[in-house]
Design a binder for this molecule. Structure first.
Ligand code: ZN
Length: 330
């Protein structure tokens, strides 16, 4: 296995390698982590080690015929199932691409791997279809379910999988990786780490994404007016937040903004703020809240993340979040 994009997850890598070496690989894994946490990289590297003909200390050799086919992206025994354009994974897909396909013997003489991306989008019906296979998998099969949250999974599915959780890494650690391994300058590295939610992959993506830069500018421009919002404005902003493609990024921007406000409120100094480009706006905004209220906003944002994992109605959720954040204390 390579460490590319998996920095900070050494214990998980060591455990998986040990399983490959000792032949104690399980049949089903539930790999949980935020967007950009490294789930796909981990699954890919694990799958490559599992189909490698001569793994070295649990890592793929990268040279055997199986590794070479894997690297070409067309390994006949490694199957990736992704959501369709509507974001769902239809029951029919699960049935055909996994439950039925898994019964066909591997092309090579080794294992057959199924990677299900965005498995949090599996409906209960789809999970039930999958359950029988997870309960009695063929000897050669390994199923890797990648998910941002395990909350939508049936307890019967969870209990039959080995759970792996890619936890967020400390921001200074993410920043140091960006500098040392990717040659990114300190200021950019620290900024991208702040918006990364503790994920090296996300931080790297942020560092080169014009789309994220535009989103950040747009929201930072708006946020200084947050405490002036009336109910109609809250509804309008809420529509913007409801856009699920950017929801995670906007949440991070909101978190960074309020953390900056606390820093300004505690120290009066904007030079250490992530949004220091908005120094004037930060100072004005910080003056509208007392400290206790600012800490309460952070708690609201944490609460919002928890609530979001519980199949909420996103419209109501974003209305609630923005009206809570818009409340001012001074
Ligand atoms: Zn190999």
């Amino acid at each position: 296995m390579t460490e590319g994009g998996l920095q900070g997850h050494d214990t998980i890598l060591r455990n998986l390698r040990r399983q490959v070496v000792s032949g104690t690989v399980s049949h089903s894994y539930l790999i949980e982590g935020a967007e950009g946490a490294g789930k796909k990289t981990l699954a890919r590297d694990f799958a490559m080690a599992l189909v490698c003909k001569e793994p070295q200390e649990g890592k793929a050799c990268g040279r055997c015929s199986s590794c070479r086919v894997f690297l070409s992206g067309n390994h006949p025994d490694v199957h990736v199932i992704r959501p369709d354009e509507k974001g769902g994974i239809p029951v029919q897909t699960v049935r055909e691409a996994l439950v039925q396909d898994i019964e066909i013997l591997p092309y090579y003489n080794g294992r057959k791997i199924y990677i299900v991306e965005d498995a949090q989008n599996l409906s209960q019906q789809a999970q039930n279809v999958l359950l029988k296979t997870i309960e009695e998998p063929p000897e050669y099969a390994v199923i890797l379910l990648l998910t941002t949250s395990v909350q939508s999974f049936l307890p019967t599915v969870i209990s039959r999988c080995v759970q792996i959780r890619l936890v967020p890494l400390p921001e200074p650690f993410v920043a140091s990786i960006l500098q040392e391994q990717y040659g990114i300058d300190e200021r950019t590295a620290v900024e991208c780490a702040a918006f990364s939610g503790g994920s090296v992959g996300k931080a790297l993506q942020t560092s080169s994404s014009e789309e994220f830069a535009a989103l950040r500018e747009k929201w930072l421009g708006k946020l200084q007016h947050l405490s002036e919002l009336g109910p109609a404005d809250v509804m309008m902003w809420s529509k913007d937040l409801e856009d699920q493609a950017h929801m995670e990024d906007v949440l991070r921007i909101l978190e960074v903004w309020f953390r900056d406000l606390i820093l300004v409120s505690e120290t009066g100094d904007t030079s250490l703020c992530m949004c220091r480009g908005q120094a004037e706006a930060l100072r004005k905004s910080a003056a509208r809240y007392d400290k206790k209220e600012l800490y309460r906003k952070i708690a609201v944002l944490e609460d919002a993340r928890t609530k979001r994992g519980h199949n909420v109605n996103f419209g109501l959720w974003s209305d609630w979040l923005l009206s809570q954040l818009a409340l001012r204390s001074l």
